[in-house]
Design a protein around this ligand. Sequence first.
Ligand SMILES: Cc1cc2nc3c(=O)[nH]c(=O)nc-3n(C[C@H](O)[C@H](O)[C@H](O)COP(=O)(O)OP(=O)(O)OC[C@H]3O[C@@H](n4cnc5c(N)ncnc54)[C@H](O)[C@@H]3O)c2cc1C
Length: 396
Amino acid sequence: MSKSFTREEVARHAAEEDLWIIIDSAVYDMSRFIDLHPGGVFPILELAGKDATDAFYGLHRQEVLIKYDRYKIGTIANEKPQIEIRQPGAISKVPYAESSAWMGFKSPYFTESHFKFRAAVREIMGGLEADFRELEQTDGKPSDELMQKLGAAGLLACNVGPGPHLRGINIPGGVKADEFDYFHEEFARVVPRGVDDGVIGGFVISIPTILNFAKPHLREKIVPEVFSGKKRICLAISEPGAGSDVANLRTNAKLSADGSHYIVNGTKKWITGGRFAHYFSTAVRTDKGLSMLLIERSEGLETKAIRTSYSPSAGTAYVTFENVKVPVENLLGVENQGFKVILSNFNHERLVMLMGASYAGRIAVEECFKWANQRKVFGKRLIDQPVIRNKLAGMD
Ligand SMILES: Cc1cc2nc3c(=O)[nH]c(=O)nc-3n(C[C@H](O)[C@H](O)[C@H](O)COP(=O)(O)OP(=O)(O)OC[C@H]3O[C@@H](n4cnc5c(N)ncnc54)[C@H](O)[C@@H]3O)c2cc1C
């Protein structure tokens, strides 16, 4: 049971080596933390033995309090917390932070299946939130264990959207494959942006090329490997000289003399998830046009990290191909008609980006609202400044 203290008792622990503070009626022993505080010793020392609620919330997000919960030693007698601690996966109460249907409004789009899916995904993702935050902070590679947890929960397959690929997948919330539509959105809500790209970004934009254009034996091998999180795949289209101008790409694939394989040479740039990928769905130039090839990581294929403004967890890579041998069965679609495959695939990518951006927008609004309410400057909360309220109104 949590210990109970009076404010006078807390006030007696006001020395650097014996330092307690109060945040929203909870008592924290900061003696062991003070030297670890990223903002230095002084701000905590100044509040030793006192109520630090305003000072804390003026500078930190609530997640920090949850992270350092281990320093909590009790509560103030006869006082109740005034600030609600957001439970992982809970529906936000901030205006516009969630789809209106989640906030109790009637929607023609959302049915019981969406609600069941949302509740189940939030629960799964709530359990993984700490893994994602850790990844965000360490800039690490999303682990095989994490990928396989997402795979086992059916979330990798669901991220690809509706379609026959969902048959046989254990969809969260018991949703049936043919009930699943594009309004079953949830993933972007929880996973930080760069990490999201490392976990699903490269995969979600490349796997449709396999689902829709690979030969059956290839599809039957690769799709289960990728949906279970055991293998990773990325989309390798862009090159240093061919970004928007995709048709100008130079990576080439020459058929071997015996016609059994292509020999691929060239460079790809900005390839999301490329550093971690086992498979590369790759656009190449063949004798009479463009073609798509599924290339396995093998001799002659190398990946190098590209530094980006978001997390290295996205695995953004340069990919170089030097005489890489690719079996002809790995052709996706028809030889020299790869541009159709590329364009068909871009449609899916655009929709995914749109949905991610829509949720990212909601999260931005939510964070701004929360911050404007808790941050005090010039003696008042940010939200008390008309110019800030005007900006928030503009965001909605
Ligand atoms: C974080 C990140 C991840 C990526 N992941 C992948 C990936 O996984 N796989 C992959 O293949 N690629 C990936 N890309 C590459 C991405 O597809 C290209 O960056 C994009 O196609 C633009 O190409 P570019 O950067 O060469 O810009 P450019 O083609 O040089 O364009 C520069 C600017 O000019 C504009 N522009 C170009 N041509 C015209 C025109 N004709 N009319 C008007 N405006 C024009 C463009 O809109 C752009 O604003 C990624 C890029 C980034 C930044």
